[in-house]
Design a protein around this ligand. Structure first.
Ligand code: GTP
Ligand code: MG
Length: 626
């Protein structure tokens, strides 16, 4: 999932093939392999939140959010349910190491009569876990093609493609005994009947709306359902199928399991987490920020690019008074469009952002990130969020805008508000973190830990505050931890490249426009006026007036603000205060648009204004203390 890549391309095709499966089983990897189009792949449940379509042979292939069953209890399930009901064929991806869990959905698809091919994925891990699966036996008991795959290295994908035409569903399944409870003349398809006896409300009202049954509305069907019975019976069938097809070998615990245990135990997990923060800091802060960015700023831009552009463009423009403002807009040494703006984007933001995307991708794909989140989960539960809220927070470190979409999957409206609020307030995105780490690197490791500490405290306080003030109770819900995996270089690079492209596509025009506005303001003296007007605030923060310009940039995007801080001459404490302020400051403009879209205008306004208070309150406090 990447920033703002959520305009699905519509594909026109007769036949639709849907990839369906539990969360984190490899659906998106299979999608990428079949459709040669990249959708985000990450090692945690909930990576895919929307539907992506692509052309595949003569059909339309759709990637769906992971679900444990076809039903309508949450947003993902509703999205996936729609797709499944319309699909001509389902490719049901199952995790070979978790068949007891995954085959429930498989049997449901077959009960619904949807022509299915099963991709028995993660065969490599099943093997490592000592799980032997007899795919032929499985195929016989299910009555549909079963193709073993290792999607990440392409094993079995050709076979899967070849067997797609064999997609089928058994003539009859045990679900039918419940169909008798439905009204005689219910004009529903087999899939709808299955959902009806499972008490699926949308299906009940759809069927009733269609006036297929003369009397009685949706409730008639819901009452007729026997969800518990159906589910229990289906689970029992899953057990039988697994008992027939699966044998287990003895084996010791693997490195991944041991490492996972260490990471989750607070005693060992905390030092591991701190060590990792340290490593990241040296990688990005020292290697990239100190060496690469310095080299870019001082040598590439300072010594070559800027002087060359200045003399070249300066030479092109005539020595007339009308040319003066143009020259100022293009070349001024505050935020000239062709000089400093390019330097910020290419010399500062780009290297740091790419480096950070790389690090985040490794942490996502290894399974480290969710474990870090679980370590802090106790805190999260205390602040009124359920376990699922972890995912938006993780995604937020990649891109806050994107994470706001992910909050859809967080239980109730109350929890969505809390997690959106926290995201907007105190979760810095990678673009911004990259630059921030770069700035902190000049100061030393202590400041970096201090920065993370301050953010955690703010998150905690804000969370408790929201928890107390918003009406309602939070529902506890446990997320499944993905397994620890060695990240694949290919996926890391592809994901980083995709995210970088999106970053540039969004940041370049936005930064260009912002630079022009700020320069124009500066030319007419407006910038100085604004900075003077803001001087009580900047003064309270112990920062020079020029920090006003940083705040202006921060109104657009927080990473721009961070970049704008790189050339202010500040002491360590001032840099620290400045960074905390811009982190807590208003969410970037696109995040605001997303908050408006996903939540409502009032919450958006409250969040926007609240972030001013938080930023200057905490910043002011720090300025006094430091
Ligand atoms: N070892 C191994 N890892 C795999 C295999 N297939 C997928 N993965 C990994 O499993 C993780 C999840 O893959 P995704 O394709 O994002 O899973 P998904 O089903 O789309 O997940 P959601 O979108 O969250 O529902 C990634 O880290 C993949 O690299 C496989 O066959 N073997
Ligand atoms: Mg996916």
């Amino acid at each position: 999932m990447s920033c703002h890549d959520h305009g699905p391309t519509e594909v026109d095709a007769e036949e639709t093939i849907a990839l369906v499966g539990c969360p984190n089983v490899g659906k998106s990897v299979v999608f990428n392999a079949l459709a040669e189009r990249y959708v985000d792949v990450s090692n945690y449940p909930g990576t895919t939140v929307d539907v992506t379509e692509a052309a595949f042979e003569d059909a339309k292939l759709t990637d769906t959010p992971g679900v444990y069953g076809v039903s309508s209890f949450d947003e993902e399930e509703r999205i996936t349910r729609e797709i499944v009901l319309e699909a001509d064929v389902a490719i049901n991806v199952v995790d070979a190491t978790r068949l007891e869990r995954d085959l429930f959905l498989t049997l449901q698809l077959l009960d619904m009569g949807i022509p299915t091919v099963v991709a028995l994925n993660m065969m490599d891990e099943a093997d490592a876990d000592g799980i032997d699966i007899d795919a032929e036996t499985l195929e016989e008991s299910l009555g549909v093609p079963v193709v073993p795959t290792v999607a990440v290295d392409g094993t079995g994908i050709d076979r899967l493609r070849a067997r797609l035409p064999e997609a089928t569903a058994p003539e009859s399944t045990p679900i039918e005994r419940w169909f008798d409870d439905l009204p005689e003349d219910v004009g529903a398809t087999r899939a709808e009947k299955t959902l009806l006896v499972e008490e699926d409300e949308p299906t009940a009202s759809q069927v009733a709306d269609g006036d297929i049954v003369a009397d009685g509305g949706a409730l008639t069907f819901v009452d007729a359902g026997q969800r518990e019975d159906v589910y229990t019976h289906r689970r029992r069938r899953v057990e039988d199928v697994v008992a027939d097809a699966v044998a287990r070998r003895e084996r010791g615990s693997s490195w991944a399991e041991r490492l996972s245990d260490y990471m989750l135990n607070p005693l060992t997990g905390t030092p591991i987490a701190l060590a990792m923060l340290g490593v990241i800091y040296y990688l990005i802060g020292d290697l990239v920020a100190q060496r690469l960015v310095d080299f870019m700023e001082v040598t590439v831009f300072g010594a070559y690019y800027n002087p060359t552009v200045e003399s070249f463009v300066g030479g092109l423009l005539p020595n007339a008074s009308w040319a003066e403002p143009i020259e100022f807009l293009l070349l001024n040494d505050n935020l000239g469009l062709l000089t400093i703006t390019v330097q910020y984007l290419v010399g500062v933001l780009l290297p740091l952002v790419v480096a950070f995307y790389l690090v985040i991708s490794v942490m996502e794909d290894s399974g480290v990130l969710p474990r870090l989140a679980v370590l802090t989960d106790r805190g999260l539960t205390r602040i009124g969020l359920n376990g699922r809220a972890i995912v938006p927070m993780i995604v937020g470190v990649g891109c806050v805008t994107m994470a706001i979409i992910t909050t859809r999957m967080v239980g109730s409206r109350r929890e969505r508000l809390i997690s959106t609020g926290l995201l907007g307030l105190a979760v810095p995105c990678s673009a911004q973190l990259g630059v921030i780490m770069g700035l902190l690197a000049g100061l030393g490791l202590v400041w970096w830990f201090g920065y993370v500490g301050v953010l955690l405290v703010v998150l905690g306080v804000a969370g408790v505050f929201l928890d107390r003030t918003l009406p309602g109770e939070s529902t506890p819900l446990v997320t499944e931890l993905p397994r620890m995996r060695v990240p694949r270089a290919r996926n890391i690079l592809r994901k980083t490249a995709t995210r970088t492209k999106l970053f540039l596509r969004e940041a370049v025009p936005l930064f260009g426009a912002t630079a022009l506005v700020v320069s124009a303001l500066a030319y007419v003296g407006g910038l100085a006026a604004i900075q003077r007007a803001l001087s009580p605030v900047t003064g309270m923060l112990g920062l020079p007036q020029e920090f006003g310009r940083v705040l202006l940039l921060g109104l657009i995007r927080r990473d721009f603000a961070a970049a704008g801080m790189t050339d202010l001459a500040l002491g360590p404490a001032e840099v620290f205060v400045g960074l905390v302020v811009i982190t807590l400051f208003v969410p970037c403009i696109l995040s605001m648009v997303m908050i408006l879209k996903e939540r409502d205008a009032r919450s958006a306004l409250v969040m926007w204004l609240g972030s001013w208070i938080a930023a200057f309150g905490v910043g002011g406090l720090l300025a006094v203390v430091l």
